[in-house]
Design a protein around this ligand. Structure first.
Ligand code: ATP
Length: 238
C-alpha cells in the first residue's frame, strides 16, 4: 500500500482557520511487514488511517493498494474493494449488536456473496481465544472479547492490508501478546501488510517500521517512509 501527498482538513467548529489533521503525508506499507503509526493525541493518526483505508476521502493526494488507485474509485467499487482487500479494526469495534460473534465475523464475506473455507472462521477464533464465544451477542462479551471479534472480522478473509486503530487498547498483557503474534503471523507467514495506530510500546516493539506523527506530518520514520523499490509501480490507468 502506498500513499502520496495526503492532506485532509476539517472546518473548525468555532469558525476560524481549518484544522489540517493530515498535512502532505506520503508513505509505503509493505506486504509482509507491520507498520506502526505513533504520535501524540491529536497528531492526525486516526485521520490518516481512515484515509489509507478509504473510509474518508483526502482533500489532496492519492492512495494505491497494489496497482489499484483507490482514491479514484467511485463508492460502489470502493466498497467492494474494501470488503475484499482491506480489513479494518475500529477503536470502537463497530460490531452489529443483534448478531452473534460468528455472524459478525462472517458478515463482510457474506455481503460480498462469498463463503469462507470450512474451518477458517473457527481457526481465527481459536488463534484469538474466542472459539467458545462464537454464539454470544456482543453485549454478552467483555470489551477485550469484543475487540478480538472485531479483529477476527478484519482478518478472516485474508485481506491484502489490515488497518487497526489502537487494537490492544482493551486487552490485558497475555491477550495483547496473542493478538500481536497473530498480526506477526499475518505479516510474515501470509504476506499481508499491517498498519497499526498505537500508543502501546508493545505494538511499536513488534513493528518492522515505526512512523511518528506530529501536527499532521510524519515527524520521523525508522525506515524510508516514501520510496520502496519492492512496491509495484502504480498503473497509469484507473
Ligand atoms: N471530523 C472532524 N471534524 C473536525 N476536526 C477533526 C475531525 N476529526 C479529527 N479532527 C481534528 O484533527 C486533528 C487530528 O485528529 P486525529 O483523531 O486524527 O488525531 P489522533 O492522533 O488519532 O488522536 P488520538 O491519539 O487522541 O486518537 C485533531 O485536532 C482533531 O480535533
Amino acid at each position: 500500500m502506498r500513499a502520496e501527498h495526503l492532506t485532509r482538513s476539517f472546518r473548525s467548529p468555532r469558525g476560524g482557520a481549518p484544522v489540517v489533521a493530515v498535512d502532505d503525508v506520503s508513505l509505503v506499507a509493505t506486504a509482509g511487514a507491520i507498520t506502526a503509526i505513533t504520535g501524540p493525541s491529536g497528531s492526525g493518526k486516526s485521520t490518516l488511517l481512515q484515509l489509507l483505508a478509504a473510509l474518508d476521502r483526502p482533500d489532496r493526494g492519492r492512495v494505491w493498494i497494489g496497482d489499484v488507485e483507490i482514491t479514484r474509485l467511485r463508492d460502489r467499487r470502493l466498497a467492494a474493494l474494501r470488503r475484499r482487500r482491506i480489513g479494518f479494526v475500529f477503536q470502537s469495534f463497530n460490531l452489529v449488536p443483534s448478531l452473534t460473534a460468528r455472524e459478525n465475523i462472517a458478515l463482510p464475506v457474506q455481503i460480498d456473496g462469498h463463503e469462507l473455507a470450512p474451518g477458517r472462521l473457527e481457526q481465527v477464533a481459536e488463534q484469538l481465544g474466542i472459539a467458545d464465544r462464537l454464539d454470544h451477542l456482543p453485549a454478552q462479551l467483555s470489551g477485550g472479547q469484543q475487540q478480538r471479534v472485531a479483529v477476527a472480522r478484519a482478518v478472516v478473509a485474508e485481506p491484502d492490508v489490515v488497518f487497526a486503530d489502537e487494537p490492544t487498547g482493551a486487552l490485558d498483557g497475555d491477550t495483547a501478546q496473542s493478538l500481536l503474534r497473530l498480526f506477526r503471523s499475518l505479516a510474515t507467514d501470509h504476506g499481508h501488510a499491517l498498519v497499526v495506530v498505537t500508543h502501546d510500546p508493545r505494538v511499536a516493539g513488534w513493528a518492522d517500521h515505526v512512523l511518528r506523527m506530529d501536527r499532521g506530518r510524519i515527524a520521523s520514520a525508522d525506515a524510508p517512509a516514501v520510496e520502496d523499490p519492492t512496491m509495484p509501480l502504480p498503473s497509469a490507468t484507473p
